[in-house]
Design a protein around this ligand. Structure first.
Ligand SMILES: Nc1ncnc2c1ncn2[C@@H]1O[C@H](COP(=O)(O)OP(=O)(O)OP(=O)(O)O)[C@@H](O)[C@H]1O
Ligand SMILES: [Mg+2]
Length: 426
């Protein structure tokens, strides 16, 4: 982590305690302003807290290599367009200060803020996100967590020079609703999460608009683990803000899979939270997501519940995943019958046969005849899949030339305009 100051400016040159006066040494504040020329151009970091002790504690925690100010306005004279991550200390978690932060970051798109709050309440989270703060952590924040949050905010600032004004919508609603695709199976371990993740990553890489993957396996969802993400926010935060949920609030709760750009709304971190979330809430969330996403993919648990039924109902397409063994086929047949009974339009159901190798001694045509549905995509079984799951890198990225990756790409093509409607030739 670097500071704004030139290498020859030591931390001792700075008055980190201060009595409200500028904490920046004259040398740094001169001529070329605040940016300095850092040897490792990584993160320009500033700590803000009116309380001297809290400010110094945070600055020390961040390696003493940071600049600090009592109030955010003190930073303004030194801004020169360079991206800066502001870490707001616990005393900033009050209306007046958050309003000032909002004003400053709205006027300076190069700033991204993180709040370290004494107590993490839903109200404060909403208020902070609405003020344009990009992340909120509980105090005392663990250094790794803090550095991860700084890294995320910093990369969002540097990756897009036109980073939108915080608190505004990051992605536009162009009036066109995105496609909702639910990935479902009536058999555990059939490959739903693997397929949902790879579908999401592939679509995100190919779509012009954002793509979001929602982990609706509320008790045991593992999308975040499969993509090696440590989410700060989950569906629980979206549900607790439901009365005020809009695209801008929701966008701040999503985690980005950096290498593909896929946005993820992770499952609750604890199974107990699943009880607080019903079909209505989930449907509301997905409806907001589809306003700015080209595709919203929903991963589900291996059984019918209210949430799954709600997701299937609002989906444009439902991918029904079946493994190539007798118990899988039996359960998927029951699942199909249930969906028919529920009057689910059959046009939106697509069968995906996973682990469809000749070696398993089950004939695809036989399976199709039993299920009375023909398979849209066959995905082979391959050791690269568990390997990629264990590495936390989707197989379309870790082994793009494998047969599995090619089938998954073909699956994704079914949902892209240029190639829509493709799939397996029957
Ligand atoms: N085509 C494949 N080849 C080899 N292994 C596979 C394949 N598809 C899935 N697997 C493996 O099967 C396991 C289960 O996959 P996954 O977690 O995607 O299933 P799931 O249907 O989401 O399970 P659950 O019902 O528990 O949520 C994973 O460890 C994955 O590596
Ligand atoms: Mg799963």
């Amino acid at each position: 982590m670097s500071s704004f100051f030139t290498d020859d400016t030591s931390a001792e040159d700075m008055d980190l305690g201060g009595e409200g006066e500028s904490l920046v040494p004259d040398t740094a504040a001169s001529a070329d302003g605040f940016s300095g020329s850092t040897s490792s151009p990584t993160v320009n970091l500033v700590v803000i807290d009116p309380d001297d002790v809290a400010r110094n504690r945070l600055a020390e925690q961040l390696g003493n290599d940071v600049s600090s100010f009592p109030v955010v306005e003190d930073l303004i004279p030194y801004l020169n367009g360079e991206p800066i991550v502001i870490v707001l200390g616990p005393s900033c978690a009050v209306d007046g200060t958050l309003n000032s932060v909002e004003r400053v970051i709205q006027a300076h798109r190069e700033l991204g803020a993180i709040l370290v709050a004494e107590e993490l309440t839903t109200n404060l989270l909403q208020q902070a996100l609405r003020s344009g703060v990009k992340d909120v952590l509980a105090s005392p924040a663990d250094v790794t967590q803090l550095n991860e949050a700084i890294g995320r905010v910093s990369s969002s600032l540097s990756s897009s020079p036109s980073t939108p004004v915080a608190g505004e919508e990051l992605f536009e609603d162009d009036g066109e609703l995105g496609q909702v695709i639910t990935v479902f199976s009536t058999k555990g371990g059939a490959g739903k999460s693997m397929i949902a993740t790879n579908l999401g990553v592939t679509l995100a890489q190919r779509s012009d608009k954002p793509v979001c993957l929602v982990d609706a396996d509320l008790q045991f969802g593992d999308i975040a683990v499969m993509l090696k993400l440590s989410p700060q926010h989950t569906i629980v935060d979206a549900v607790s803000s439901l009365d005020r949920l809009d695209a801008s609030l929701l966008q701040n709760l999503l985690v980005t899979h950096e290498s593909s750009g896929l946005l993820i709304l992770p499952a609750p971190l604890e199974p107990a939270f699943a009880d607080q979330i019903g079909a209505t809430e989930m449907m509301q969330i997905v409806e907001v997501l589809r306003r700015f996403c080209s595709h919203v993919i929903v991963d589900t648990p291996a059984y019918f519940n209210d949430v799954v039924l709600g997701m299937i109902e609002i989906s444009d397409e439902v991918m029904l995943i079946a493994g190539m063994d007798i118990p899988n086929i039996k359960n998927v047949k029951i699942g199909l019958q249930t969906l028919r009974l529920l009057n689910t339009p059959m046009e939106k159901l697509h069968l995906v046969l996973n682990r469809a190798n000749s070696k398993v001694k089950l004939d695809v045509t036989e399976v199709e005849r039993t299920l009375q549905v023909s398979a849209d995509i066959l995905i082979p079984s391959d050791i690269v899949v568990p390997q990629s799951v264990n590495r936390g890198v989707p197989v379309v990225q870790s082994s793009p030339r494998s047969g599995v990756a090619k089938s998954l790409e073909e699956l994704a093509s079914m949902f892209l305009p240029a190639t829509a409607g493709r799939g397996r030739k029957k």
